[in-house]
Design a protein around this ligand. Structure first.
Ligand code: KPL
Length: 294
């Protein structure tokens, strides 16, 4: 069986490595310096130390399962080029809201995925396996389809904790709401995740963002409660992490804010609700992005 990683960055390389180690034929699709480095091999450090040869390509190929791990702002481009090949079952493992809907505009067999596995790109071609986690896979319809079971089987055979779930939409939203309360604060204040829960003033902001997200989720019909407490737990559990958004800002790269706080604000507006703290963070991060990128 051939498995394709579309966007072989930190998480994509980690999953690709684990899946290849289990004996699957894995294609790592990457660009630029990462592609050049992967052609020489993939180094893994942290929980596992290894160096392996990988099959790295610039463009996607036919596959049985394709994991999409690109940044949310690249989803549309990736969906277009995936539509030119037979990419099999497509499972998004991305951050943010709306990726699956974009993929579904171009592709037939799309699944949602959420993972808490932690990985960092140490350098091009070198990924740190920073922490085990949980991975949930589901069809947006809520059905446990054969495609869902197939993807979960690949992950489990590779030693990745994975579960087929009916409530993948809720899980995608909850992860985005957690990110909405942690990531922008860390990006604007240039702090590690722990500060969001530990610094009283920052916590007041995070709590308000989380409560707004919780209200929007409830208005969408998702069962959810005490989101601020969940945010506090995640911030403390990942207290030494530099969030993905902070790392993007530090590298002068575009962030996923439009697909996190931006998506919450847009959805709230459609529902006739106000989310002023999310809107403020959205604007601030866009401003910080512009200052760094110009
Ligand atoms: O998912 C994350 C991110 O950085 O994007 C958290 C949970 C905040 C961990 O760093």
């Amino acid at each position: 069986m051939r498995v394709q990683i579309m966007g072989a960055g930190a998480l994509g390389c980690l999953f690709g490595y684990l899946i290849q180690r289990a004996g699957y034929d894995v294609i790592f699709v990457a660009r630029g310096k990462q592609l050049e480095a992967l052609k020489k091999g993939l180094r893994i450090s942290g929980l596992v130390e290894d160096f392996v040869e990988v099959n790295a390509k610039e463009n996607p190929v036919n596959a049985d399962v394709t994991f999409v791990t690109v940044k949310a702002y690249d989803t549309e481009n990736v969906a277009r080029i995936l539509a030119e090949v037979n990419c099999g079952v497509v499972c998004s493992l991305q951050n943010g809201i709306g990726n699956e809907e974009i993929l579904m505009r171009y592709l037939d067999r799309v699944l949602g995925g959420v993972t808490t596995y932690a990985s960092n790109l140490v350098d091009y071609g070198h990924v740190e396996f920073a922490g085990m986690g949980e991975t949930f896979v589901g069809d947006l319809s809520g059905e446990i389809t054969d495609d869902v079971l197939k993807v979960v089987e690949v992950l489990r055979n590779s030693g990745i904790n994975a579960e087929a779930v009916r409530d993948i939409r809720r899980r995608i939203w909850l992860k985005a709401v957690i990110n909405s309360a942690i990531n922008p604060i860390t990006a604007v204040c240039r702090c590690r995740n722990g500060a969001v829960a530990e610094v009283r003033e920052l916590w007041k902001v995070a709590e308000r963002i989380a409560l707004e997200g919780e209200e929007v989720m409830k208005a969408l019909g998702f069962e959810v409660e005490d989101v601020p407490e969940i945010v506090r737990e995640v911030a403390m559990k990942t207290r030494n992490n530099r969030s993905s958004m902070l790392q993007d800002i530090e590298r002068g790269r575009r962030t996923e804010i439009d697909f996190i706080n931006g998506a919450i604000v847009r959805t709230a507006k459609e529902l006739g609700m106000d989310t002023p703290f999310n809107e403020l963070m959205w604007l601030l991060v866009k401003g910080v992005e512009r200052l760094g990128l110009d």
